[in-house]
Design a protein around this ligand. Structure first.
Ligand code: IVH
Length: 597
């Protein structure tokens, strides 16, 4: 990430701009994580942004935004499921990163309650399960509703799916008339590995981590799919209850276990921050052997009467805090730097690492972002890693914050061999030899070859047939690669003439491809035929125009209504003048960069 100005060096104007920037990045990250189950930044980076936002707001409270990320929990629900308003909001937790943060948590609570430091105060400490939270509503002992957290106020109704989990009883006896049980849905490491193997062999996209696999599996519109996925549930809290259930957090856990819920075996009670910190260290030490992901330890005031005296801040309880584990680090050597060419021609450098285990996962690649990042500067020319560049043969520290692509934290110059050379970023595309061009103000260099470049062409084709675009059954990334390699499909239009060209007479040719038979070939042709008519927004998205994602494709489709109208308006606007250009720029949600693209 770019070098950032210290919060205490910002003036009010800069703080306002910075809060706007943070709100935008975090809103995007929330959607990627909560709605698309596909995180774009690591948890550690997200936490760092959140922390920075809080610090700036604390210094400049009067420029705090109405849409401040510190007021939001998660993201609004996406379409597909009916909505559920939570009877009691589903809150988030404040974070602690250091031992001092935990000690301060205890001091704050004692101060609020007016408790002297020598008076005992009991806390529970329990693992923070890295899954997704779920609220289960039982009325007269029957599970009537299961809802995801959503934005904390309104979640998604996933009742049918929740009922397929073995850890979630459909009925319980002896419970209050109304009982909401809250907890975490998660997937074990072993089940995650098996599921991903299966995804890969079915040519489906593997999940980034067990949490995304759990979220993606629970949020299926077809509950038969959820049923086939090995999901588990730990109960740890309550929502609405019609009568007093217990007077302590530990009592809640015991009673829930009595009803048949799974509860975490590592929940313990403590009286001092020192004991809590010791428990934290033990859990951190053993975390790789637990068999499922946890990302910290949650401390809660055990006494529920004290909890209610302590109450809540905007959306976090004063009586609980999440003590997060630091990102996991490991040292290894960069064996090579390779350039990958993406759909839009972007050249992305990737470090090929001597394989190393980071937090139980073998890592052999790390992203190097772009030319500047390798050279030790950010996109404004400011030094990163104090200006240290990255070279083939270097020792680097890599981290994996429980998810996404591993990253490089730093390079150890003291171990650099004499005679090593700075990495020279290629000025031609390694795939097609066309010039690679880095435009003014851009961080990335791009191959100028367009469809001549095989890497771009294949990536464009993959995008064209992807789920949110043409979504053709039986034509996934693997098939597109084979068809491209064997010359059957070089451009998107070729897909629609496959049947004529291959035809019944030539089916034998197709059969030579792995896995194709008469039936599957016919199915493929039928699936292609069925997609000759698709909604305009999907077609616009499928074109893979830079800056035009699913939502801007929808905006454009709504505005122009029909392909012919869109196409001729774009032809007319191509020189960036005239009424069609003006109209395009005036559409709400279309900026000048998108319009030019
Ligand atoms: S208690 C009022 N206990 O962490 C807050 N949450 O960052 C009640 N989580 O939304 C939450 N393990 O999804 C609690 N043992 C645990 C947890 C836990 C995981 C999740 C939960 C929550 C998030 C907050």
């Amino acid at each position: 990430m770019a070098a950032q100005t210290e919060v205490n060096l910002l003036n009010k104007k800069q703080a306002t701009v910075e809060l706007g920037r943070l709100a935008k990045i975090m809103a995007q990250a929330d959607i990627a994580y909560h709605q698309n189950d596909a995180p774009e930044i690591s948890d550690a980076e997200y936490d760092a942004l959140k922390q920075r936002n809080l610090e700036i707001e604390a210094r400049f409270p009067d420029v705090k935004r109405g849409d401040s990320p510190s007021n939001t929990v998660g993201a609004p629900v996406s379409s597909g499921f009916s909505k559920v308003k939570h009877a009691v909001a589903m809150m988030s937790l404040g974070n602690a990163f250091t031992d001092e943060d935990v000690t301060e948590f205890d001091v704050r609570i004692r101060k609020f309650l007016n408790l002297p430091h020598d008076q005992p105060l009991e806390y529970t400490a329990e693992p923070k399960i890295d899954g997704l939270s779920l609220s289960l509503r039982y009325v007269d002992g029957n599970l009537v509703q299961a809802a995801t957290r959503g934005d904390g106020e309104v979640g998604e109704n996933v009742t049918a799916n929740a009922l397929t989990l073995r850890d979630i009883p459909a009925t319980i006896t002896g419970a209050p008339d109304i009982l909401e049980v809250r907890g975490e849905v998660y997937m074990s490491h072993a089940d995650f590995a098996a599921l991903n193997e299966n995804q890969i062999s079915n040519d489906a996209k593997p999940f980034a981590n067990p949490r995304n696999a759990a979220a993606g599996s629970l949020r299926q519109l077809d509950s038969e799919i959820t049923k086939s996925r090995p999901l588990h549930f730990f109960a740890y809290a309550l929502g609405e209850v019609s009568e007093v259930f217990s007077d302590t957090q530990s009592g809640i856990i015991e009673r829930l276990a009595g009803f048949g819920f799974s509860t975490n075996p590592l929940i313990k009670k403590f009286e001092t921050p020192a004991e809590m910190l010791e428990h934290y260290s033990n859990i951190e030490r053993d975390r790789a052997n637990l068999g499922y992901d946890i990302d910290g330890v949650v401390y809660k005031v055990n006494d529920l009467a004290l909890q209610s005296r302590l109450g809540f801040r905007t959306n976090t309880p004063r009586w609980a805090i999440a003590h997060k584990f630091p990102a996991e680090l490991a040292q290894t050597i960069i064996e090579d730097i390779e350039i990958q060419v993406g759909r839009t021609g972007a050249l992305s450098p990737v470090a090929r690492l001597k394989p190393i285990t980071v937090g139980g996962v073998v890592v052999s690649n790390a992203t190097l972002h772009n030319e500047d990042y390798i050279a030790g500067r950010d996109s404004f020319g400011n030094p990163i890693r104090e200006g240290r560049d990255i070279r083939v043969g270097d020792w680097v520290t890599v981290y994996r914050a429980g998810d996404v692509i591993p990253k490089i934290k730093d390079v150890d110059i003291s171990r650099r061999k004499t005679g090593s050379h700075p990495y020279v970023f290629p000025d031609v595309c390694p795939e097609c030899g066309s010039a690679s061009i880095r435009e003014e103000g851009e961080a990335v260099a791009r191959c100028s070859g367009g469809l001549i470049c095989p890497a771009q062409a294949v990536e464009k084709l993959k995008h064209f047939v992807s789920k949110a675009a043409f979504d053709i059954d039986g034509l996934g990334a693997k098939q597109v690669e084979t068809f491209y390699r064997d010359g059957w499909v070089k451009t998107p239009a070729d897909i629609f003439t496959l049947n004529e060209r291959i035809g019944a007479g030539n089916l034998q040719l197709l059969k030579n491809f792995d896995g194709w038979g008469d039936k599957s070939a016919q199915k493929l042709f039928d699936a292609i035929e069925a997609k000759k008519d698709i909604p305009l927004n999907r077609l616009i998205f499928a074109l893979g125009i830079r800056h035009v994602g699913e939502s801007s494709a929808m905006t454009l489709a709504r505005h122009y209504g029909a392909w012919q109208v869109f196409n001729s308006a774009m032809e007319n606007a191509r020189d960036h003048i005239g009424p069609d250009w003006e109209t395009l720029n005036a559409i709400d949600g279309v900026g000048s960069v998108l319009a030019a693209a």
